[in-house]
Design a protein around this ligand. Sequence first.
Ligand SMILES: [Zn+2]
Length: 236
Amino acid sequence: MEPIDALRSLTDADRWIERVVAQREHLAERAELDALEVQLRTLLRALHDAEAIAAPVRLAYETARELARRHSVRVGDLERALASSSASARELTATQHELEQVRSRVAAAEDDELRQLIELEPLDESIAAIKARAQPGVARRSELQGEIVQLRATLDDEITALRLTRAERAADLEPEWRQRYEHALARAGTSGGAYVDAGRCDGCRLALSPLDLDRFRHLAPGVVMDCPECGRLLLP
Ligand SMILES: [Zn+2]
């Protein structure tokens, strides 16, 4: 292969690698996932806030319910005692008196339980609403995570194969050309060679001066000039 052809081939290989690497780094799925994670974090904060507001109400509700339950148990005990008692009239009167007191405590505790429940319900609804809003996002997130892993693995395989091809193409170059190319690549990045497109180096987009352009057009065969701006080998 002519050195110029080998240089072109190597330039194309390097540019191709760069494109696939950029594709790997800028997956649309990754951008969507980033935006989705911001949304989900916002919803999570809203959920924590809503739960923090509901927590004391829930505790008050559960406390009232437990109190009502304990008083109701006591009512049952007293009612059974009254029904089966062989106690004296005085004891019966005392039990009857306690029963009335405990019944009114049951009623008070149940009122409290109901009040707390009425306060708790809309809070629980807003918690459920936040969870419902987050649910499709959570599902989409794991979908995207899976897709990204797969896409990256595919692109990694492609990059590995392209680098192998690139190494073969570099090996085809004569050492002095290879050295010149690699030197330009290390300096400019992406590729060590570039093409002239509409009077511009297509590596750095600099317009060549009329003098440089004229020089480029009249180079002796096998002679390659560097881009005055980026130093890439300008390939005909
Ligand atoms: Zn250039």
